[in-house]
Design a protein around this ligand. Structure first.
Ligand SMILES: C[S@@+](CC[C@H](N)C(=O)[O-])C[C@H]1O[C@@H](n2cnc3c(N)ncnc32)[C@H](O)[C@@H]1O
Length: 496
């Protein structure tokens, strides 16, 4: 067959793939390649057990198996035939036994190799988010829940399934080295994977590449390298290392999470020494948590903001009756500074500047809307096929968005900026890019203002929030409820 390597002679398979495959295809396949210093560290880790077989289940251009070298028999599969050809050519040129095939590692009925239990598995599994997985792949959550006796969330990204399948495919005494987003160490969908690792493997080392390091060009993520050996008896201890990537991986500091502390439901990156040190001084005097004083809920998920959120011009054009509209804020740009108040004047200025400042808020059945302009607008939505949209198709009527009362505060929860707390004096509703906070029963929202507007909150939330590279912090409602706060002076009633 003609060589795919039609570029410069010294081109690596990874460079050839980056040239041959469109960005869109690479994104869809989760095809991002491991930098060599990381591949070398991971290869060293698996070579320590002197494996006779070593598999890369998403081989890409083969950088991980090239780093392993031709000692063990090297097995690889990939759903991308171009990757398979390139990886196989480069590995065969190194010598040794090579078996690289087109195959789907998550298709459990079609195992493509003769060996079915492995000594070593080295992987940079594709990270395909749950909403881009096929139905069959999502069904793996149930499958692995049964086989591992843990509750695997269907919100897991593909790499979680690669990890679990790898644990299953290893022989006892076999070792895996995986590089993945560090996210699973902190988020809810990572609990099951952490539990599976703790109960089936001895974790030899868990290396977190520092927050501001972007290990993979173009991918915004903090990475974790997990090195673990499958064992019949395990200690449930986790040696945790902070590292930095330059020409090689530089281990910066480390700690050991003892077995009683290494609980799957805890965020493990908060235990990294430098993170823990940064958090400690911020915690002084914060003996309560926000859950003691407030309720939190994500803003309204409409199903299609371009239909449900309207500008004044849209409202005027359709003539939609005012009783079917409420003021809304769509995102952080619709909010004033931290510690400020969302007033009618501020909102009006955004509206006059053309922002989508109105939310369609109609819950009456169509039969009660005869002759109204809103009915014409709803029918327009139906003609656009909105009734089949994710959030719409499960609602009755499909256009009736969640009926939450206006929050006391809004919080920006995903932005490159710091989290902001804004008092909602206007009584607006917010969309899902923001969080709602309501003061607990019997608590005056204004009493909570100093607590919420404390400048240290944003830093704490960044530390506690979901781990993304580049300082991008995403806060889940549960993270916000765990926010340590100074207790209110007055006696209080707990939030419902
Ligand atoms: C993150 S890349 C890593 C490639 C290579 N191992 C490396 O370290 O550079 C993940 C690879 O998995 C492949 N892939 C995606 N889904 C797969 C699946 N279900 N089974 C096997 N390979 C898959 C992609 O085509 C891609 O080459």
């Amino acid at each position: 067959m003609p060589s795919l390597l039609s570029g410069p002679v010294a081109e690596l398979p990874e460079q050839a793939l980056a040239r041959i495959n469109s960005r869109e295809k690479r994104y869809r396949l989760g095809q991002f390649f491991t930098p060599e210093p990381i591949a070398e560290l991971m290869a060293e880790a698996v070579l320590e057990i002197d494996p006779e077989t070593c598999l890369d289940p998403g081989v890409g251009g083969g950088v991980l198996l090239r780093a392993v070298g031709c000692g063990p028999a090297r097995l690889g599969c990939d759903v991308d035939p171009a990757a398979v050809v390139l990886a196989r050519d480069a590995l065969e040129a190194q010598g040794g036994e090579v078996d690289v095939v087109v195959g789907d590692f998550l298709d459990l009925d079609r195992w493509p190799f003769e060996v079915d239990e492995l000594d070593a598995i080295i992987a940079n599994p594709p990270y395909i988010r749950h909403h881009n997985l096929s139905r069959g792949q999502k069904a793996l959550a149930k499958h692995y829940s049964r086989s591992f006796g843990v509750s695997v969330s269907s919100l897991s990204g593909s790499y979680v399934y690669f990890f679990l399948e790898a644990i299953r495919r290893l022989r006892f005494g076999g070792r895996l080295a995986f590089i993945t987003p560090a996210e699973f160490l902190d988020v809810r969908y990572g609990h099951a994977l952490k539990e599976a690792l703790l109960s089936w493997c001895e974790i030899d080392e868990l290396i977190v590449l520092e927050m501001d390091e972007l290990a993979f060009e173009g991918v915004l993520t903090t990475s974790a390298i997990t090195i673990a050996t499958k064992r019949e008896r395990v200690s449930r201890r986790v040696p945790l290392t902070e590292a930095r990537l330059s020409d090689a991986i530089v281990r910066v500091r480390g700690t050991v999470i003892e077995s009683g502390e290494a609980l799957p439901e805890r965020p493990w990156t908060a235990l990294l020494p430098s993170r823990a040190e940064r958090i400690l001084p911020l915690l002084a005097g914060r003996s309560a948590t926000l859950a003691d004083y407030a309720r939190v809920r994500r803003g309204i998920a409409t199903g299609d903001n371009s239909f449900f959120c309207l500008t004044q011009e849209d409202v005027d054009g359709w003539g939609i009756e005012p009783r079917f509209l409420v003021p809304a804020v769509a995102g952080s740009k619709d909010l004033p500074e931290n510690g400020s108040v969302l007033t009618r004047e501020f909102w009006r200025a955004r509206k006059d500047a053309g922002a989508r400042a109105w939310l369609l808020f109609c819950h009456e059945p169509k039969s009660a809307l005869a002759g109204t302009a809103v009915l014409r607008y709803i029918e327009h939505g139906e003609a656009l096929g909105l009734t089949e949209r994710f959030n719409c198709r499960t609602r009755k009527p499909w256009y009736g968005v969640e009926r939450v009362p206006p929050a006391d505060f809004f919080v920006t929860y995903m932005s490159r900026q710091r989290a902001r707390f804004v008092r909602n004096e206007l009584g607006a509703r917010c969309l899902s890019a923001l969080l709602n906070v309501w003061a607990g029963d019997g608590i005056d929202p204004d009493e909570l203002r100093p607590m919420l507007e404390d400048q240290a909150n944003a830093r704490l939330l960044r530390e506690f929030g979901r781990t993304y590279g580049g300082g991008l912090g995403k806060i889940e409602p549960a993270d916000l409820l765990r926010l340590p706060v100074r207790p209110l002076a007055a006696p209080l009633s707990r939030a419902a």
